[in-house]
Design a protein around this ligand. Structure first.
Ligand SMILES: Nc1ncnc2c1ncn2[C@@H]1O[C@H](COP(=O)(O)OP(=O)(O)OP(=O)(O)O)[C@@H](O)[C@H]1O
Ligand SMILES: [Mg+2]
Ligand SMILES: [Zn+2]
Length: 292
């Protein structure tokens, strides 16, 4: 008598063989070859070939979601893009997102007040847009006083990248520290999960790190910040750093790297606090029905 297990083993086996046979001729003509297996030993054959619910069926990678490029690198399948989307979703959990950040973008960043354009804010906006459009091997460092749109620009960069399926994390440094601390003393895999999580911040393709500060820093937090910054600095990984602290007043190892002008674009945002600007000069006032 057949049981559920043997049924489920046989059915997908047929599904696995068909695409292999049908696709074998065409495969060699592709610039990218197909990946024969996945490394995850726990993954069953069934899991490898059946698309997960909600994910597309892809003949190109046979739902393995990765392909081997002509240079031998394992790459997310460029046809179905599922591996990239999974990564973006995974990284979203590490980002400091909120209803406010969801609404912040370059279009609603105001640079003109009462008909007068603020050159500093124009420059900040221009540099943030430039980074979002062309982030490879670049760092953007924005420092300045409270409430003048630094985090708004971070969120705008993040939203711009995510809309283009570029994996990124936007997180405040205090929240990054909390995310690391939360892995400690939880279970037997503590050490592994701590370093795994730290590694995510070190290696994510684009890291937007907000609220870096000299205030309330400790030797531990300084070391964490240094480890992330130094790794990303050595590997030329795209990074945005935002701080209220004058760069020279940050911990010297960090301050020095943030001021390397071969890598970093540094801007001081010296605009006034937007939060306390009079309501009538704020752009959204003009969108209020009945008020011109
Ligand atoms: N130029 C601007 N145009 C539109 N909204 C702005 C502008 N500057 C700031 N805001 C809004 O004002 C609020 C405060 O801005 P934001 O949080 O970006 O400031 P910040 O520089 O990060 O401040 P802090 O240093 O206190 O973290 C946000 O709601 C933001 O959307
Ligand atoms: Mg901020
Ligand atoms: Zn695919």
């Amino acid at each position: 008598m057949s049981n559920g297990l043997s049924m489920s083993q046989e059915e997908p086996k047929n599904q696995l063989q068909q695409p292999h046979e049908g696709a074998s001729e065409g495969m060699v003509t592709h610039a990218e070859q197909k990946v024969p297996i996945l490394a995850d030993a726990k993954t069953t054959v069934t899991d490898k070939v059946l698309p997960l619910p909600g994910e597309p069926d892809c003949d190109y990678c046979e739902n393995k979601r990765f392909v081997i490029s002509s240079t031998g690198e394992l790459k997310p399948c460029p046809r179905c893009n599922v591996a990239m989307m999974r990564k973006i979703e995974q990284l979203r959990a590490f980002s400091s997102l909120s209803p406010r950040t969801a609404q912040q973008n370059f279009d609603n960043f105001q640079t003109t007040f009462n008909g007068i354009t603020d050159a500093v804010l124009e420059l900040c906006l221009m540099q943030a847009k430039s980074f979002a459009e062309n982030h490879e091997n670049r760092w953007l460092v924005i420092w300045g006083s409270r409430g003048n749109g630094k985090s708004h620009l971070c969120a705008s960069i993040y939203n711009h990248l995510i809309q283009r399926n570029i994996p990124a994390i936007f997180i405040t440094f205090p929240e990054l520290l909390t995310a690391l601390k939360s892995t400690i003393n939880k279970d037997a895999t503590t050490e592994e999960s701590y370093y795994e999580r730290l590694n995510i911040f070190k290696t994510v393709p684009v890291l937007i790190l907000d609220d870096v500060s000299a205030e309330s820093s400790t030797p531990w937090s300084d070391n964490i910040l240094f480890e992330i910054i130094d790794y990303r600095y050595r590997h030329l990984l795209s990074t945005v750093i935002v701080t209220n602290t004058e760069l020279d007043l940050l911990e010297p190892r960090i301050s020095s790297r943030l001021q390397d002008t071969t890598l970093c674009t540094i801007i001081e945002n010296a605009a006034p606090d937007y939060r306390i600007r009079p309501l009538h000069v704020k752009k959204r006032q003009s969108f209020t029905p009945g008020i011109s």
